[in-house]
Design a binder for this molecule. Sequence first.
Ligand code: ZN
Length: 398
Amino acid sequence: MMDRFLHTATDEEIAEGKTTDVYFARTRQVLEKTGLGEKKVVMELTSHELPRNWSWAVLTGTVELIRLLEGLDVDLYIMREGTIFRPKDDYGVRVPVGFIEGRYGEFCVFETPALGLICQSTGVSTAAARLKMNVMNKPIVAFGARRMHPAIAPMLDWAAYVGGFDAVSTVVGAELLGVQPTGTMPHSLILLSQDQVEAWKAFDSVVDKEVPRILLADTLCDEKMESLMASDALKGRVSGVRLDTPSSRRGNMPEIVREVRWELDVRGHHDVKVFVSGGLTEESVMELSEAGAEGFGVGTSVSAAPVVDFAADIVEIDNKPVAKRGKLSGKKQVWRCEECLSFQTTLFEREIQDCQSCGGKPEPLLYQAIHGGRIVTKLPTPQEAREYVLAQIGSLPP
Ligand SMILES: [Zn+2]
């Protein structure tokens, strides 16, 4: 047994292939002895269906995948970070999101971490994008770090932000993204003070003036009363009130939001926005938004999103098409019509000129990211990837 501070693998261990399933390590020994590891293969990454009946997903984790494979003698073709894809094309053929080409012995032990990087991240980004779609013009902050292992907080924040969220709450996640972390105040501050007004005033006097004054308004009394107290206490400086009502008190959260909004307006607090957090889902944010909520903190439903199970399969050996039962052989390209977002998977060399659905111009989605172990693309910033996601979401059919 090996003692560790946390039960996580280090970057070095991952890069050395130590998180692999042992059967790959054993296979590599056999390949080395027999020389079979010298055979050049194409291994594609596909998912045959998406969780929760999602019809599309947002591919993320590709930047980490590129870094993982950098330095190995392989080529990698992959969709851009943030590409919206469907598991199957319009003709029922699986859509590969990428493929690795090279001597199998060179990269076989990296199948486990390569899949893990895109499976989890893609699930989180897809859940974030679906939520964002429902409230496009209102800010959503990723609050879900506390439900997951802290070692992956930066990865979760990246995935949620690229998926379309507007901000993240963890310090380390914000550093990775190059943005300011966002947050309000915890219930503990109010409880330690035993007086809401004193707590809000203390926060206001201590915390940097740049930080928006969003005051937690549900700790000791009713949301309506505390929202009015907060708006009066720091008159003119309150950006918003946050309602994080516990489930035992949630008769009807949209109605609570509607009532708070009304009473704030009646007293002239039109600038005080109502933010809601706690157990939010893609359905509930829509109802709360209609009731007047103007910002959301979303945790578990995104940070603990279901994984998208990608599989890695050999489809070509020494330039000849080969595949196991149930998979289509041959190195492939994926074409997406930018007009109607229809998909077509073809053999890699084939060119598609016109979209068969609308006559639009399809674009190839798999681009070369690694050539002979060298990164041959500019890695996207999280902001670029996020803009790409938002632009695609905007043109998705309802
Ligand atoms: Zn089309």
